[in-house]
Design a protein around this ligand. Structure first.
Ligand code: KIV
Length: 272
């Protein structure tokens, strides 16, 4: 069932701004490989994010910090081959844009050239203004990411809700304005109070995509493994699980093991 206000054969950064203007909510979901991205794209998700959360859900690291630019490009190119409709945005990983704007541009160009993705995402506000500007000047669309920015986890110390205090909320609002002014096409707001996220969404003309940021924003993003219930230990309040694939897959795989052990698989019709 489609609830789209306008059909898009191919979603672009311009389509997202148009969706905001038309008050059509934007759906965004992560993917890191071809098979998952094919399903996500066919389900009409507007934006596929090749998130550096691949570091957690694919590689099993505790944080997003270890994933490399080469690894992100590998994931992104697999997703790009599957996405026929969705806009594909790729996280520039930790350590590939923070030191200077030249390095930031080089990393963004590698992602665009080697993966075929359509845009990049970076975490942070005023601290990375020069890097974001330089990437934008090269004609590469950039999405910002404010609030809980997992690449800064060791600065925050915990994954709790950000910007509850006035000072941090004020900086976040100024950073969102700044990212809009320099030309970002959208911003992810992660794990901040819903009222603050709504205020930011109403104060800028570019789409604000929330994760743990309430319903007053222009769209939502989740990690696909969380939505499908594959990551069963992760239970934040903002997460709605649409399946329990951890259990379902476990049952299917146990049945396979049992069938092999009992010589039930393969049967006569499953051999040559
Ligand atoms: O890496 C990621 O998956 C993200 C989303 C959680 C927004 O940045």
């Amino acid at each position: 069932m489609s609830v789209a206000k306008k059909e898009y054969k191919r979603v672009t950064v311009k389509s997202l701004v148009e969706m905001k203007q038309n008050r059509e909510k934007i759906s965004m979901l992560t993917s890191y490989d071809y098979s998952m991205a094919k399903i996500v794209d066919a389900a009409q998700v507007d934006v596929i994010l090749v998130g550096d959360s691949a570091s957690n859900v694919i590689a099993g690291h505790e944080t997003t910090l270890p994933i490399t630019l080469d690894q992100m490009i590998y994931h992104a190119s697999s997703v790009v081959r599957a996405a026929k409709r969705a806009l594909v945005i790729v996280d520039i990983p930790f350590g590939s844009y923070q030191s200077d704007s030249k390095e930031a541009l080089r990393s963004a160009i590698r992602i665009m050239k080697e993966s075929g993705a359509h845009a990049v995402k970076v975490e942070g506000g005023s601290e990375i203004r020069q890097s974001v500007s330089r990437i934008l000047e090269a004609g590469i669309p950039v999405m910002g990411h404010l609030g809980l920015t997992p690449q800064s986890i060791y600065k925050f110390g915990t994954y709790t809700v950000r910007a509850k205090e006035d000072k941090e909320a004020e900086k976040l609002k100024q950073d969102a304005k700044m990212l809009e002014e320099i030309g970002c096409f959208g911003i992810v707001l992660e794990k901040i109070p819903a009222a603050l996220a709504k205020e930011v969404a109403e104060s800028v003309s570019i789409p604000i995509i929330g994760i743990g940021a309430g319903n007053g924003v222009d769209g939502q993003v989740l990690v696909v493994h969380d939505l499908l219930g594959m990551t069963h230990e992760f239970n934040p309040r903002f997460l709605r699980r649409y399946m329990n694939l951890y259990e379902e897959m476990g049952k299917a795989i146990s049945k396979y093991v049992s069938d092999v052990k009992h010589q039930d698989f393969p049967n006569d019709s499953e051999q040559y």
